[in-house]
Design a protein around this ligand. Structure first.
Ligand code: ATP
Length: 219
């Protein structure tokens, strides 16, 4: 089994999250993509972050029609802050050694990886899949600590859309795949801003998510 792990705050889940999951699944022949909504940060109530129960429920509704998608409550059920390294170790144990795990992450978030807990262990723990995000260049990875040297020309070719995939070996790890996806320019923060200002959402959200937000008056 090849399983993609796709973590996020999903505050709320939007059209581009689903597009990333579909395209990564198809391009890497994954059997399943598991969405992992983050839990509530302890002692940090935030006006803009909907409670984990709502974010979890929105993801559940957004993916329920697709049998190759699943949701995990591994982070939501934790009372303390979850670290990705613990999530990966927990799921490795749950799925067993015959399952290959692929950690799916947007380029913007991947650039923050060096500040994450046990980042070098995390990078080696499973196959990393970094997907393009409008406004962020793969070339920025040139200077990223933790990574082996990557040829600038290959990164530039991804940015220029002359190439749509680059596989990079990770010493003592499994591997890193950079995937250029068709640009999808939606962010959850833009959706929250639109909701707050009562602007149209056009088709930024899956329909069941939009009706859930309206029903519970979120954001
Ligand atoms: P926010 O605007 O609140 O920061 P977000 O839209 O970035 O939210 P998250 O739940 O934080 O959504 O993202 C989960 C993962 O999906 C991250 O790895 C992020 O990089 C990636 N991601 C989200 N939106 C896009 C997008 N439009 N293109 C590529 N990657 C994306």
């Amino acid at each position: 089994m090849k399983i993609g792990l796709f973590g996020g705050t999903f505050n709320p889940i939007h059209r581009c999250h689903l597009a990333i999951a579909v395209q990564t699944r198809d391009r890497l022949s994954l059997d399943r993509v598991v969405f992992i909504p983050s839990g509530d940060p302890p002692h940090k109530p935030s006006e803009s972050l909907a409670p984990a129960t709502h974010r979890f429920e929105m993801v559940r509704r957004a993916i329920e029609a697709d049998p190759s998608f699943a949701i995990s409550d591994v982070e939501v059920r934790q009372a303390t802050k979850s670290y990705s390294i613990d999530t990966v170790y927990t799921l490795q144990e749950e799925y067993g050694a015959a399952t290959e795990l692929f950690f799916i992450i947007g380029l913007d978030a991947f650039l923050e990886l060096p500040s994450w807990r046990q980042a070098p262990d995390l990078l080696r723990s499973c196959h990393f899949v970094v997907v393009s995000r409008p406004g962020v260049e793969f070339l920025s990875l040139c200077h990223m600590p933790l990574l082996p040297a990557i040829e600038r020309a290959s990164l530039a070719a991804l940015d220029a859309r002359m190439q749509d995939r680059l596989d990079i070996p990770i010493p003592n790890g499994i591997g890193l795949t950079l995937l250029r996806l068709p640009p999808c320019d939606v962010s959850a923060s833009e959706i929250r801003r639109r909701l707050k200002n009562r602007l149209s959402l056009s088709d930024l959200l899956p329909a069941p998510v939009e009706s859930y937000i309206i029903r519970f008056g979120l954001y």
